[in-house]
Design a protein around this ligand. Structure first.
Ligand code: F6P
Length: 352
């Protein structure tokens, strides 16, 4: 069978491990041939391809990024976009397509599937916010990087009697913030799921310092919002799927904390450092399992479906289910984390 592969949306550590697993199992067990479409949906739209054989995937397991490169191109927004994708797939003799991506990429997979394209999806996002699956590869790597950063700012915050705000990724969900915040022993964790009041944060920090602590660490997800204040800034640049470019809440928060508390405050924005570099061993294994699952799904004819991790098993679920909504941090997890902290507010977490 001739199978196309693409990676769309933001890159994610482990993408290469998925590609490698698909190609190895496809070649060794199913006698498949592969074609790589480069730069996400742009590659399918504009017929940009590269060979994908055993040689092409040799040595890529520990590499970050994606050998197919990626983009946030949305064919739905282009003139005859979906039709052009279908024409190019057939021009290259591609019988099935495996798309690695988050909800945006997979919304295009679903649209193509509804037009008869045989698509299998693999979930990809460091934000871990795709519903239908318990865990995405890349998340563990991002959390490890963020945790190490929090450990590092701890010592410098302590040395200078400072508050340090660490801004981590997480557009609609605070999974990275909550995991790295707990793992790094943060004093306040702010997530998009729970808008926060700056006055409450300031008094929380003052209480902590009144108790004899002389430094604090605040972890904030880039998508966290103030209870009062402007919503999405319309002047911010948007991608082809309509998402504004985030980033900046850490600096805003640091300035507001300093004004309200008088504590010297700094902000650190981790940004794309969380997405770059080599995947953890855990993510390499998880990504490999997703890849093996996806190629088996192609040969079982499970099109319009996504490989998903459920109860530590790779299963196949309808793609529609996965893109129907975001997977936000659940109340149970938030409640559990509150157990670690003093009862001053339901909206933020405060350490002793
Ligand atoms: O979608 C994952 C993500 O890493 C978000 O957390 C972040 O807001 C966004 O991508 C950044 O996108 P870009 O790489 O296009 O700046």
């Amino acid at each position: 069978m001739k199978i196309g592969i693409l990676t769309g949306g933001g890159d994610c550590p482990g993408l290469n491990a998925v590609i490698r697993a698909i190609v190895r199992k496809g070649v060794f067990h199913y006698n498949d041939k592969f074609l790589g479409f480069t730069e996400g949906w742009r590659g399918v739209l504009e017929s940009m391809v590269q060979p994908l054989d055993l040689d092409a995937v040799a040595g890529i397991l520990p590499r970050g990024g994606t050998i197919l490169r990626t983009s946030r191109t949305n064919p739905v927004k282009k003139e005859r976009g979906l039709d052009r994708c279908i024409e190019n797939l057939s021009k290259h003799g591609v019988e099935a397509l495996i798309a690695l991506g988050g909800d945006d990429t997979q919304s295009v997979s679903q649209a193509l599937f509804e037009r008869g394209v045989k698509v299998v999806a693999v979930p990809k996002t460091i934000d871990n916010d795709l519903s239908g699956t318990d865990l995405c590869f890349g998340f563990d790597t991002a959390v490890s990087i963020a945790t190490e950063a929090i450990d590092r700012v701890h010592t410098t915050a302590e040395a200078h009697n400072r508050v340090i705000v660490v801004e981590v990724m997480g557009r609609d969900s605070g999974w990275i913030a909550i995991y790295s915040g707990v793992a790094g022993g943060a004093d306040v964790i702010l997530i998009p799921e729970q808008p926060f009041d700056i006055e409450e944060i300031a008094s929380t920090l003052k209480n902590r310092h009144d108790r004899g602590r002389y430094f604090s660490i605040v972890v904030v997800a880039e998508g966290a919002k103030l209870t009062s204040g402007p919503a999405d800034d319309e002047r911010r640049k948007k991608d082809e799927f309509g998402h504004v470019r985030l980033g900046g809440i850490g600096n805003t928060l640091a300035a507001e904390i300093e004004i309200r508390t008088g504590f010297e405050t700094r902000a650190v924005v981790l940004g794309h450092i969380q997405r770059g570099g080599s995947p953890t061993a855990f993510d390499r294994v998880l990504a490999t399992r997703y890849g093996l699952g996806a190629i088996d799904m192609v040969h079982r004819g499970e099109f319009g479906c996504m490989a998903a991790l459920r109860s530590n098993k790779i299963v196949s679920i309808p793609l529609k289910e996965a893109i129907s909504r975001n997977r936000v941090v659940d109340d149970e997890m938030i409640e559990m984390v509150h157990g670690l902290f003093e009862k001053t507010s339901t909206k933020e977490a405060v350490s002793n």
